[in-house]
Every structure is written in structure tokens, then in C-alpha cells.
Design a binder for this molecule. Structure first.
Ligand code: ARG
Length: 569
């Protein structure tokens, strides 16, 4: 697609001999369309050209020849060049590109030949999969899709917490109370009940902790039957997670969790030893990080066991060897910041600094209620993620039944709307902010919500259906789409590719979510102020193509968030 920014930069470069890329980076999008489609801040060149910004602006304006370009006019305002793109060229360029790329519009190739590993979700097996895992699953899932759209070879890893004392607890609980539960037929619920019960009884009877430790030790030592039970618990848990993953459209290429690294940690410890990085401290083996003002990173505890950090270091080295990644992204809650800083430092000290540079810890905020209180974690009150999603689906169904009682496939639509609403709410604000979980906001069809975006999409669909329209770019007269409202949409459509690129650079799906609201609102204005279904068939044809194009981009954008679009609602 014609790159207008680059075209402008080329013109300026021809005159100033300044590097094209540098100039392209300076070009801004003005806050107000009266100030042009693009602006060039000339003060950026004042030093190099040894002239005032105003003078540079005037001289550039005089010398840029806009004949046979896509530039319509250039105005000087202070030290700025305000550049106006030919509207017809803009709309023609963007609609033709959409015609060619259809459902891959906005995709690019900047990741071509590069590998991005994205680790997300990573729940702790045998513990409940509760609402606390929503954010990593949804944010990570979206980042995974965004990198795919950027052309990266993308590997999604679910680094399951499938090793640790929680297994000792479940194993001990199974032995103590197994007979009281219908383990055969209701495995996952029984396991969860046993886990919760164990934690409760442990408070009254602290000796139980030792029993759990003993069980876990047995597991660590590779006892055959215990290992078998562990495998079974792991499988039952994953089967259960998959129900949630299916609802959320989460995909993983690897489920190599913590346990996968059990027999690989010895090599890590040896390597640390050889590189002289391990120190004894109170019976434990640690890597000292005092020079970075961090507490030491424990590698082997005083009990002689490896821990979380040992496994993360091992997993990192293994992934570097296996995937030779260009990016390694960890989507993990903000409370683990120190852990990541520590083990990244240890890896640097080990000599993996080139790979550490490619690693990125992508944290996110908590989920809180309207009053700012953290939800889902108060004991005895853990909210299962699957239940939340099902509640969203049920609530959506009720709304649909009120609004559109004759709708076909109500269940399917309710699923798309309910799940989409939860996903969108999670992704709408920048990820580091706490997410407010409030049903009235989440399911508000008029707000800045998933259902609103879906609703506008459905409107594009129904217009097309009503007119029995088959999009055909060859029948579009671009001259008929030069009004402000159509051009506003065209500009947004034009920006879509750079929006996806930016969302990837910042690992920030909210950039796409906000874009979708913007586009949906612009389309809504266009729709309200223009008769799309029209006696003037040429006008109708042009407007319907823009309608189709808008719906198409809404759908692609939603899919990058993990949201599905209903055709009717
Ligand atoms: N299983 C951990 C938890 O639920 C998250 C794992 C994060 N990833 C990592 N590489 N440490 O808290």
C-alpha cells in the first residue's frame, strides 16, 4: 500500500539530504484534521540545518514539488509543515488494499524470519483455575495473535506450574480422604475439594505440612505409583483448563511446564558452579545480586531442593537453544517483577546477555471490583474462571432474549457476546492498570465495550444483507466518498497496519481495543448522518463498500484480541 509518510519523507530528504528513516520517524499525525493529515516538526532539523524552524518550514514548502504526488497541499504554521493528502487517493489506496488483502488486511511482514516465544496463562496444576488467571491468558493470547499478524514465527508456551508442594498436598489428601469423594466420575471437582480441604485442615493441624512434604519428596524421587498419580492429576487438570481455553480461543504450541525441567536443572546448577557464581549462604546455594541492589537469587534451598528460579533459569536456556528466539515474552502478573529481574540478572552473569536482551517481562495489574478491592482471591471465595465465563454467557443470553427474541442461534451469539465482553474489558485499558470487573460496564451495549464493537459490526452486516450487496471494488466511484465522515473512516482504516505494529512493539493489546472503539464510533457517525441505502445506486454502492471495509477491519481487529464476531445479535 502506498506509504504516505514515506512519500513525504522522501520529498524532504531530496531537499535536505537527511536520512529517509530519520525523517519518517519525525512525521506526526496532527490532533485536528484542519491541520492536515500529517505534520512535520521542522525544529527537529534546526540544529543540522542551522536555521530557524520557521525558515526551514517556509523553504521546504517552496521547494517541495507536489505535482504528480499524493500530496494535495502543504501549509506552513509556525515551525510546522501541515501536509494534506489527496482525499481521493487516500480512499482509493485503502479500499483497494482491503480488496486485495481481505481478512489479512493490516497484517505485515516485519517479523518475517524471526521467532517470538510467548509464555502465558501458566496456571498452577492441582490448584483451582480461578479468575486470577484471566489476565495472563487473555493478554498473552492477544499478544500471540498480534505477533502472528506481524509475520513472526510464533510459539505459545503454557508453562504449567505442574511441580511443587501442591502435589504433595493433593497426594496426601487423596490418601487421607480419597474414599469420601467420587474421584472416578467427578475427578476435577474432587481434586479441588481435596486441595482446599487440605489447606483448611493444615491450619488446625500443622503437621499435615510434613505429610505433604513427604509425599512430594516421594514424587521427586521418582516413585512409580506416585508418579502415575501425578500424571493423572496433571491430565485431569489440563482437560479441565481446556474447557476454559476453548471458550477463550487460547492456543498453545507447548505445554512444557516446570516439571519438564526436573532432569535438566542439574546441568544448570553445574554451569553456575563452573562459572563461579554460586555462593553458600545459611545452608542454601545462592547467586549474590547485591551489586544490583537485589536480594540474592536462591538456586538450591537449605533443604537441598531446587526452586522456582532454578526452573526458570533452566527453561530460559532451554528455550534459547531450542527456538533461538528473537523475542521471549513473559506475560506474568506485576507481583512477580522481582523474580524476573533476579533471574534475568543471573542469566546475564552466566553469559546469556544477548538472549536476555531479547527477553521481555510483560506485567499487568490486578482485577478489582468497583470499589477497588481485589477479587477472586479471598479464601473460600475463589471464583472459577470457567464459571465467570458461563455467567457472562448467561447474562448475554438474557439481554439478547429481551432485545431480539426471534434471533436464531441465540446460544452461539450469547457465547460470542459474553466471552467477547469479558475479553474486551480485560484489554481495553493499558495492561499495567488494574482491571475493574463490573458486570454493568462489561455488558453495556452502548459503552466502550466488546458488545458495542460487535453491535456495530452486526450493523455493517445487516446493511449489506438488506441491500443484497456483493462487494466489488471495480464498481466503486471513489469520488462519492470524499465527505468528512467517510474520510475519517478511511484514515483509520489506513492506519490499521501501523496500529498492529505499535501494539506489538509495546506488547499492548489495548492499542487495538481503543482503535476498535474509535472505528466503531466513526462508523456509527457515518451511518447516522448518511443514507447508506439510497435511491442513488452509485452512491449506495460506494457507501456499502466502505461499510464492508469497516466491518472487515472491525472483525480482524477483534480476532487479534481473541474475540469472535456474531453475524446477528
Ligand atoms: N505458574 C505461575 C503462577 O501461576 C506463573 C508462571 C510464570 N512464568 C514463569 N516463567 N515464571 O504464579
Amino acid at each position: 500500500m502506498t506509504n504516505f509518510k514515506e512519500e513525504i519523507a522522501k520529498k524532504i530528504s531530496e531537499i535536505t539530504n537527511i536520512d529517509l528513516n530519520e525523517l519518517t520517524n519525525y512525521i506526526e499525525i496532527p490532533p485536528d484534521t484542519n491541520m492536515g493529515d500529517y505534520a512535520f516538526p521542522c525544529f527537529k532539523l534546526a540544529k543540522t540545518l542551522k536555521k530557524s524552524p520557521q525558515l526551514i518550514a517556509i523553504q521546504l514548502q517552496e521547494n517541495i514539488n507536489i505535482e504528480n504526488t499524493n500530496i494535495e497541499k502543504i501549509e506552513v504554521v509556525g515551525g510546522y509543515l501541515n501536509i494534506f493528502i489527496n482525499k481521493k487517493k487516500l480512499i482509493e489506496t485503502v479500499l483497494k488494499e482491503i480488496n486485495i488483502k481481505t481478512d489479512k488486511y493490516g497484517y505485515s511482514e516485519i517479523g518475517q524470519g524471526k521467532t517470538a516465544v510467548i509464555e502465558y496463562s501458566s496456571p498452577n496444576v492441582a490448584k483451582p483455575f480461578h479468575i486470577g488467571h484471566l489476565r495472563t491468558t487473555v493478554i498473552g493470547g492477544s499478544i500471540y495473535k498480534i505477533y502472528k499478524a506481524l509475520g513472526y514465527n510464533t510459539i505459545g508456551i503454557n508453562y504449567l506450574g505442574d511441580w511443587g508442594l501442591q502435589f504433595g498436598k493433593v497426594l496426601a489428601g487423596l490418601e487421607l480422604w480419597g474414599k469420601e469423594y467420587d474421584i472416578e466420575n467427578d475427578s476435577i471437582n474432587s481434586l479441588l475439594k481435596i486441595y482446599v480441604r487440605f489447606n483448611e485442615e493444615e491450619k488446625i493441624n500443622p503437621e499435615l505440612t510434613d505429610v505433604a512434604r513427604a509425599w512430594f519428596k516421594k514424587l521427586e524421587e521418582g516413585d512409580k505409583n506416585t508418579t502415575k498419580t501425578w500424571e493423572w492429576i496433571r491430565k485431569v487438570s489440563i482437560d479441565n483448563y481446556n474447557k476454559t481455553y476453548k471458550l477463550l480461543n487460547s492456543k498453545f504450541d507447548s505445554y512444557n511446564g516446570e516439571a519438564y525441567y526436573n532432569n535438566k536443572m542439574e546441568a544448570t546448577v553445574e554451569e553456575l558452579e563452573k562459572k563461579g557464581l554460586l555462593k553458600e549462604s545459611q545452608g542454601a546455594k545462592i547467586v549474590d545480586l547485591e551489586e544490583y541492589n537485589m536480594p540474592p537469587c536462591i538456586i538450591i534451598t537449605s533443604a537441598g531442593t531446587t526452586i522456582y528460579a532454578t526452573r526458570d533459569i533452566t527453561a530460559f536456556i532451554d528455550r534459547a537453544n531450542t527456538y533461538k528466539f528473537d523475542k521471549m515474552i513473559y506475560v506474568v502478573g506485576a507481583e512477580q517483577k522481582l523474580h524476573f529481574e533476579q533471574f534475568f540478572k543471573v542469566l546475564e552473569k552466566m553469559g546469556y546477555e544477548e538472549y536476555v536482551k531479547k527477553a521481555e517481562y510483560v506485567p499487568f495489574g490486578l482485577i478489582v471490583d468497583k470499589n477497588g478491592e481485589k477479587i477472586g482471591t479471598r479464601k473460600g471465595n475463589s471464583v472459577f474462571l470457567e464459571d465467570i465465563l458461563n455467567e457472562a454467557i448467561n447474562k448475554s443470553k438474557k439481554i439478547i432474549e429481551q432485545k431480539n427474541p426471534n434471533l436464531e442461534n441465540k446460544d452461539d451469539v450469547a457465547r460470542k457476546v459474553g466471552v467477547g465482553a469479558i475479553i474486551f474489558n480485560d484489554l481495553y485499558n493499558s495492561r499495567i492498570k488494574d482491571e475493574i470487573f463490573d458486570w454493568d460496564t462489561i455488558l453495556n451495549f452502548q459503552g466502550e465495550t466488546g458488545p458495542y464493537v460487535q453491535y456495530i459490526y452486526v450493523r455493517t452486516k445487516s446493511l449489506i444483507e438488506k441491500a443484497n450487496y456483493k462487494p466489488d471494488i471495480n464498481n466503486v466511484e471513489f469520488d462519492l466518498l470524499l465527505d468528512d465522515e467517510a474520510i475519517d473512516i478511511a484514515k483509520l482504516l489506513y492506519d490499521f497496519e501501523s496500529i498492529i505494529i505499535l501494539a506489538g512493539e509495546k506488547n499492548e493489546p489495548s492499542i487495538i481495543a481503543r482503535y476498535l472503539i474509535n472505528l466503531a464510533q466513526k462508523f456509527s457517525t457515518f451511518y447516522n448522518n448518511n443514507k447508506i441505502i439510497n435511491e442513488d445506486k452509485k452512491l449506495q454502492e460506494a457507501r456499502l463498500y466502505l461499510t464492508y471495509a469497516s466491518g472487515n477491519v472491525l472483525k480482524i481487529g477483534a480476532s487479534l484480541l481473541g474475540m469472535e464476531m456474531p453475524d446477528k445479535m
